[in-house]
Design a protein around this ligand. Structure first.
Ligand SMILES: [Zn+2]
Length: 142
């Protein structure tokens, strides 16, 4: 049995926000997963952008999503992503978000043996504290 993949230590993660991304992070602080949705045509887009690529509307909604999804792609990493800390196993993953057709989130999958990860497996969100009191959405097996 190999070691389980873990969450990247949150104290090493710092984010920057802008008016187009901050609603995502504000909802994460409340334990809610969201995605940018066009207020005019309903098209979902992630990462958030200043206008809809389908209809060019600048009206953006941030609906509450169920927090579940499906693994679209992943890699297994065994080296620490930062200098000066011991190596550990972590899994960058692309998740198709339930409730937001077409929206995919690049995140991490944790609490799983890397040999058990499969494309198409169901996952659910958790929120990991990071720098500046923000919360990072990461996923575990559902
Ligand atoms: Zn649109």
């Amino acid at each position: 049995m190999s070691l389980k993949a873990v969450a990247i230590p949150g104290e090493h993660i710092k984010i920057n926000t802008d008016p187009y991304t901050e609603p995502f992070w504000q909802k994460a602080k409340q334990g809610i997963l969201t995605a940018a949705q066009c207020g005019a045509c309903g098209h979902f887009r992630m990462p958030p952008t200043s206008y809809c690529p389908k209809c060019r509307s600048q009206d953006t909604k941030w609906p509450d999503l169920p927090g579940t999804g499906t693994v679209y792609s992943y890699v297994v990493c065994h080296k620490a992503p930062f200098a000066g800390i011991p190596d550990f196993t972590y899994i960058p993953v692309v998740v198709d978000l339930d409730g937001a057709p077409g929206a995919r989130l690049v995140t991490n999958l944790f609490d799983i043996d890397p040999e058990e990860v499969t494309i198409g497996m169901k996952v659910k969100v958790e929120f990991n504290p990071i720098q500046d009191d923000w919360m990072l959405p990461i996923f575990r097996p559902a």
